[in-house]
Ligand binder design. Structure first.
Ligand code: NAP
Length: 331
């Protein structure tokens, strides 16, 4: 079967500029952290990516260790590129990252130049790409000089392995310092990738101001708190859901709890009054911030992508809605 993308693919979304750069991103981007690994059904991932691109999602986010097993999400994406998306490479923004545990020994994690350059080369090989659009340092490294890590990002861009450099989960202070070094090297920081959702609002405490000041874009990951900010857990924990598969021990301390579900039930009423699903309102809410370039979602089904894109038809919040949401979150 030859994949032909929808002719209407640029009619759905309004693209947003990443900080003060020249690059625009879709307001919803798709991440391949879960559901695209070697353990997952290839044709489901492939259909999800086709639908995303058909709807105007041009940005796909990966990292060296996405799977499981590590590396396998990039291999899956590489297969889909080769089969379907190769003719559209210039319409795509593909990112990868290094920073977490990837291979054994002292050169397989954190932030050394040795690790970042080798990992970027491995990622390119797995995806069958000549370059990625964005290469990120995935998390700050307390033991490597920031000059070395930022120097590695600059080298990765200058050597043609990536077009832009990004950082992820850096604090406001670390971001300010990283941005200064990158600017001086002549490879300005394109974007920061922090976690942001109704239950995790740390970026409102300083990071957004730094990004605004420095002209860096922001792509907030896990806008649905890994699925908790949807209506899926309101009755029970469905089979096959992320919480079921991982026995409610999700990364970043996410947990389906009665306290959270009580809030989601109330938030869901506001969403319904807006004519949206809970998931749609949660995504739209992250995009209310002018500094937010894109909401970085995950999807285990084609319809998750469709629902997220349809959320873009109602991004406006009234003051009353925002106040009601604040009230519920503060309870
Ligand atoms: N930089 C970093 O350190 C970092 C860390 C984590 C993630 N990320 C990036 O962020 C991306 C997204 O993270 P995430 O997967 O946690 O995002 P998320 O959007 O908060 O959660 C996605 C999950 O929620 C469920 N879901 C999605 N839409 C739904 C809907 N309409 N109704 C019901 N359930 C729905 C699905 O889970 P089920 O499997 O339960 O169906 C889906 O896999 C990752 O792929 C990765 O690219 C980056």
């Amino acid at each position: 079967m030859t994949y032909l993308p929808a002719d209407s693919r640029y009619e759905n979304l309004t693209y947003r500029r990443s900080g003060r750069s020249g690059l625009q991103l879709p307001p919803v981007s798709l991440g391949l952290w879960y559901n695209f690994g070697g353990v997952d059904v290839f044709e489901n991932g492939r259909a999800t990516i086709h639908r995303a691109f058909d709807l105007g999602i041009t940005h796909f986010d990966l990292a060296n260790n996405y799977g499981p097993p590590y590396g396998s999400a990039e291999e899956t994406f590489g297969r889909i590129m080769a089969k379907d998306l190769k003719p559209y490479r210039d319409e795509l923004i593909i990112s990868s990252k290094a920073g977490y545990d990837m291979w054994p020994g002292p050169y397989g994690e954190w932030g050394s130049r040795k690790y970042l350059v080798a990992s970027c080369d491995q990622s390119l090989k797995r995806m069958g790409l000549e370059y990625v659009d964005i290469f990120y340092h995935h998390r700050p490294d307390p033991n490597t000089p920031l000059e070395e890590t930022m120097g590695a990002l600059d080298f990765i861009v200058r050597s043609g392995r990536a077009l832009y450099a990004g950082i992820s989960t850096y604090s406001p202070e670390q971001t300010r310092a990283a941005a200064k070094i990158l600017r001086e090297l002549g490879t300005p920081c394109l974007i920061h990738q922090p976690r942001y959702n109704m239950f995790d609002r740390w970026i409102e405490d300083g990071l957004l101001d730094v990004l605004e000041d420095e002209g860096i874009g922001c792509i907030g990951f896990s806008p649905l708190a890994q699925g908790i900010l949807t209506n899926k857990y309101l009755q029970d924990v469905p089979d096959g859901s992320r919480a079921a598969k991982y026995e409610n021990q999700l990364h970043w301390g996410d947990k389906v709890t009665q306290t959270r579900l009580a809030k989601v039930a109330k938030l869901n009423e506001i969403a319904q009054a807006r004519g949206q699903s809970m998931a749609q309102m949660a995504i739209a809410w992250t995009l209310r911030l002018p500094t937010m370039t894109s909401a970085l979602i995950g999807a285990s089904k084609v319809r998750h992508v469709e629902e997220a894109v349809a959320a873009m038809y109602n991004l406006a919040f009234s003051d009353e809605e925002l106040a009601a949401i604040e009230g519920i979150l503060a309870e």
